[in-house]
Design a protein around this ligand. Structure first.
Ligand SMILES: *[C@@H]1O[C@H](CO)[C@@H](O)[C@H](O)[C@H]1NC(C)=O
Ligand SMILES: [Cu+2]
Length: 127
């Protein structure tokens, strides 16, 4: 291979790598196979989130049946107190996919019954 051809071949691979890394978006299934329901133990969703890395452009998929659970995006104060003084978004149609569009903290709770008090809530940090 001539050195010029070799160089352009090398650059093509480099560009391919950069594109595939920057366009790599993960779909995070909240709670994995367990889904988004009353947690099996206190702090279950924090444990689920603990070892994951959330990047801008990733998606969150909440698997739940409509009527039995909801996804409410709130701010820290409502998350801490399981209140809904200022909701940012609400979803209740089942199996909700959300795109993480910006960096920072996201807070979600379920608004059904005492589910939030039972720690059906999720806090993630997007980097
Ligand atoms: C919701 O997701 C679950 C788990 O993947 C699936 O079994 C179920 O069929 C989905 N429900 C709807 C209405 O798409
Ligand atoms: Cu719930």
């Amino acid at each position: 291979m001539s050195s010029k051809l070799y160089l352009s071949f090398f650059m093509l691979i480099m560009i391919g790598c950069i594109v595939s890394v920057s366009s790599h978006k993960t779909v995070h299934i909240v709670g994995d196979n367990f889904g988004w329901i009353l947690p099996k133990y206190t702090g279950f969703y924090n444990d689920w989130a603990k070892n994951r890395k959330f990047c801008v452009g990733d998606k969150l998929l909440f698997n739940y049946k409509p009527g039995l659970n909801t996804v409410v995006q709130v701010e820290k104060d409502d998350y801490d107190h399981c209140s809904m003084k200022k909701t940012l978004a609400q979803y209740f149609m089942g199996n909700t996919t959300l795109t993480l569009n910006h960096c920072g903290d996201y807070y979600f709770i379920c608004s059904v019954g005492k589910h939030c008090e039972a720690t059906q809530k999720l806090k993630i940090t997007v980097t």
